[in-house]
Ligand binder design. Structure first.
Ligand SMILES: [Fe+2]
Ligand SMILES: [Fe+2]
Length: 354
């Protein structure tokens, strides 16, 4: 710092408290005195992860100019529906013109990226928890590489939002409740099921869509790197739980099925983006009925489950016991993905480095 620059202000205690959230977990920390490398697929994944680290500062072109308004795509279901909703009798957005529509597009983009960023911090915390709680040495080693990956992911999304889009949204209530449930649980395998299978499975599909659709070269590049890590993370979950679930009773598996379904419902609901409408000055209760009941939007939401369902099938969760989860996923309209490629091996094809 030079003599002419002002001293940075020290934040007050209240300001610091407002930026911190405490969640208690109830899990045991497990030390292991045996270092046998008995799980070959996890050894392979760990070796792969060590060679696939990338540098968020030097490998992404942060000098790229980003114009958020120019990135708004009018063909998205949200903007199409909003355009149509202007014409409905008594519409709360009857007076909206192009300016408001573009502003909505920018806010929706920021909100989506913000939830990606918060989910990444959830992954950072969960993976650190797995390092502490998993009773297998190969899984501790692998999970520690994922901790580094997730730090980098939080960092790059935060940097993109703050430097290129002028800030971020707070965590969505549905996502926060889901992360709380995952961190609260005392059973080590539930961290994997909630994070590696459900949250990261959905993230892998959502990042894939955004990478396809965005014209911004920096975001494309960023998502390509993040996705190559995420595919390994989901594979880590599939390989670990596939082994562990063979030891569980039907009653224990039913608890996992219910946990997976509740997570799926929370993730579906978070896509309503109530917070975006609030920021646009429109009451969510007045507008959501006009923009939610659409087959196009429904299809987009269903596609987000295209990784989760085949991975649950690979774990034996779909049909365990009386097939409770199959019934639930059928009711949600996502069972058609059951035979899509699972992520146990898919990570090789998404490799971005080396
Ligand atoms: Fe991540
Ligand atoms: Fe991840």
């Amino acid at each position: 710092m030079t003599a002419t620059e002002p001293e940075p202000e020290v934040p007050s205690r209240a300001e610091v408290d407002a930026t911190v959230k405490v969640v208690h977990d109830h899990a045991d920390r497990i030390f292991l005195w045996s270092h046998d490398r008995s799980r070959g697929q996890l050894v392979t994944l760990y070796n792969k992860a060590m060679g696939s680290q990338w540098n968020s500062v030097t490998e992404l072109d942060w000098d790229t100019e980003v114009d958020p308004e120019a990135l708004v795509d009018r063909s998205t279901p949200l903007l199409q529906l909003t355009t149509a909703a202007r014409e409905v009798d008594g519409s709360p957005i009857a007076s909206w013109g192009d300016k408001e529509l573009i502003a909505l597009g920018v806010e929706s983009f920021k909100a989506q990226l913000s939830q990606f960023m918060h989910g990444e911090q959830g992954a950072l915390i969960c993976t650190a928890k797995i390092v502490e709680t998993v009773p297998w040495i190969d899984a501790k080693y692998y999970a520690s590489t994922q901790v580094m990956d997730e730090a980098r992911h939080v960092e790059v999304f935060a940097k993109y939002l703050d430097d290129k889009l002028s800030g971020h949204y707070p965590i969505n209530a549905h996502l926060r409740l889901l992360l709380d449930d995952i961190v609260n649980d005392s059973r080590w395998d539930m961290t994997y099921l909630g994070m590696q299978i459900m949250v990261e499975g959905l993230a892998l599909a959502a990042f894939g869509f955004m990478r396809e659709m965005t014209p911004d070269p920096l975001l494309k590049q960023l998502l390509r790197y993040v996705m190559s890590d995420e595919a390994r993370h989901v594979a880590f979950g599939v390989l670990s739980l596939k082994e562990y679930y063979t030891e569980l009773t039907d009653t224990e598996l039913r608890e996992r099925q219910e946990f997976a379904f509740e997570a799926a419902v929370r993730m579906r609901d978070r896509f309503l983006q109530q917070e975006v409408w609030e920021r646009m000055g429109i009451k969510p209760a007045e507008i959501l009925p006009l923009v939610v009941a659409d087959p196009g939007r429904g299809m987009f939401q269903q596609m987000l489950f295209s990784k989760i369902v085949p991975n649950c099938k690979k774990l034996g969760l779909l049909d365990a016991g009386d097939g409770w989860l199959r019934t639930k996923f059928t009711e949600m309209g996502v069972i058609q993905f059951e035979d899509w490629q699972d992520t146990g091996e898919e990570y090789e094809s998404l490799q971005a480095t080396g």
